[in-house]
Design a protein around this ligand. Structure first.
Ligand code: NAD
Length: 421
């Protein structure tokens, strides 16, 4: 038995807490535990650029490769002042679980540059992106490790990165990175993939729990790529979106808000509240505790914690954000009978369509938007079923079940490859 871990303080400790529990559940051997408890490779470099003022500046940069038993490493690169080794390590580990939960033939990795992109000009941002690729060019590539966008990294940055890789390493490598612009090897459907995948999962949940979507009230925290797109899909499908928010706060209307109108308000004013949005102005903290059926955190990590878990009134939580619920909050929610559909399943539509982009890059094909949608639907449907069945079989939470499905698939592959005996 693994020793029980103290309260999890860092992102990696939080991951280890969940992993330890699931490794007990799966009765893994000591050798198997050892292979899963740490990343396979940690690459750390200092990358330098010349700022617009002519001065040299250096940033810590990471590429952490957690596990590649099931295929090439896969995971985004974030540019953030707080991106450090522990955070990148935790995100790399979650990517390995996520790719296994959705059954795509890839492993898990993550990258980061500790910088504040808001303080960099476009030219400096391009220099950081290209310097990152030069620093890690020997460790990434179509069949080795395939990066993607993450916090503060965009399709344009992916294009600079592919271009740099093709200059320094391989003359034509459309499969070395995903999340690229459509004109330079991107896939249709990638921009809406995370919300689309979460939407498919939610529809499965509604079906299995015999709920009526027209009667369901949903609150969505975060109005960016994941949250705003999800709010729109829900509204179009007949759910009542009662609240939305961004970093400045949110709006609440028990009769429903129109995400399309809110989107226009945000374009005009920079925030979700305004005359055309309607609704009562609320804080992000209030949004999480609203009377609603489904709560969708789609912004930051750790927003559902010991401080507010007991006040949450939603019956279901769908984690579009990565790591929005702390392990301590998870325990409280479970006691209250709240069903949490975890990030490694709920937001896996993004990496799934990234895998589609990688496949198209390798084969030279271009799939239609309908192709992408149908394939994504099939995968999300099967993944939800696998997790739900495991939760029922083991009488465990959906998070533990998703970890069990993911870790189980990784271990199975490690066994057949002879990595553990
Ligand atoms: P984004 O930058 O497009 O949007 C983030 C949103 O969160 C913005 O509306 C922002 O205003 C809001 N926000 C920031 N601080 C906030 C605060 N304190 N309270 C409430 N809202 C706040 O990012 P995104 O791509 O939508 O990602 C959101 C989450 O989803 C992240 O956790 C990300 O890791 C996760 N995710 C995204 C994808 C994807 O493909 N976009 C894939 C998997 C997971």
């Amino acid at each position: 038995m693994a020793p029980s871990l103290p309260t999890a303080h860092t992102p990696y400790q939080r991951f280890q807490k969940n992993l330890a529990e699931v490794m007990d559940y799966l009765e893994l051997s000591a050798a198997e535990r050892k292979l899963l408890d740490r990343p396979q490779l940690i690459h750390k470099k200092e990358i330098s650029i010349v700022r617009d003022n002519g001065k040299k500046q250096t940033f810590p940069a990471f590429r952490i490769q957690f596990n590649n038993a099931r295929g090439p490493y896969k995971g985004g690169i974030r540019f953030h002042p707080l991106a450090d080794e522990d955070e990148v390590k935790a995100l790399a580990a979650l990517m390995a679980i996520k790719t296994a939960v959705v059954g795509i033939p890839m492993g898990g990795a993550k990258g980061g540059v500790q910088c504040n992109p808001k303080e960099l000009s476009r030219k400096e941002l391009e220099a950081v992106s290209r310097a990152y690729v030069r620093a890690f060019a020997d460790h990434i590539g179509t069949d080795i490790d395939v990066p993607a966008p993450d916090v503060n990294t965009t399709p344009e940055i992916m294009a600079w990165m592919r271009d740099e890789f093709e200059k320094v390493k391989e003359p034509y490598a459309p499969g070395m990175i995903t999340g690229k612009p459509l004109a330079y090897g991107g896939s249709l459907g990638r921009d809406t993939a995370t919300a689309r995948g979460g939407f498919f999962i939610l529809n499965e949940l509604v079906k299995m729990e015999k709920l009526h979507k027209k009667k369901l009230k949903v609150a969505v925290q975060g109005f960016g790529n994941a949250g705003a797109t999800m709010a729109r899909f829900l509204h179009e499908a007949g759910f009542t979106v009662v609240a939305v928010s961004d970093s400045k706060g949110g709006i609440y209307n028990p009769k429903g808000v129109d995400p399309v109108r809110v989107g226009k308000t945000k374009e005009e004013t920079g925030s979700v509240f305004g005359k055309t949005s309607g609704g009562k102005v609320i804080t992000n903290e209030e949004l999480l505790e609203l009377p609603c059926d489904i709560l969708i955190p789609a912004a930051l990590d750790n927003v559902i914690n010991v401080g507010n878990a007991k006040n949450i009134k939603a019956k279901y939580i769908l984690e579009l954000a990565n790591g929005p619920t702390t392990p301590e909050a998870d325990a409280i929610l479970e006691k209250k009978g709240i069903v949490v559909i975890p990030d490694v399943l709920a937001n896996a539509g993004g990496v799934t369509v990234s895998y589609f982009e990688w496949s198209q890059g390798r084969s030279g094909e271009q799939w239609t938007a309908d192709d992408v949608d149908e394939r994504l639907h099939r995968i999300m449907h099967a993944s939800y079923k696998a997790v739900r069945d495991e939760a029922k079989k083991g009488k465990i939470s959906h998070r533990m079940a998703a970890f069990a499905v993911g870790v189980g698939r990784i271990v199975e592959t490690m066994r057949v490859r002879g990595w553990v005996r």
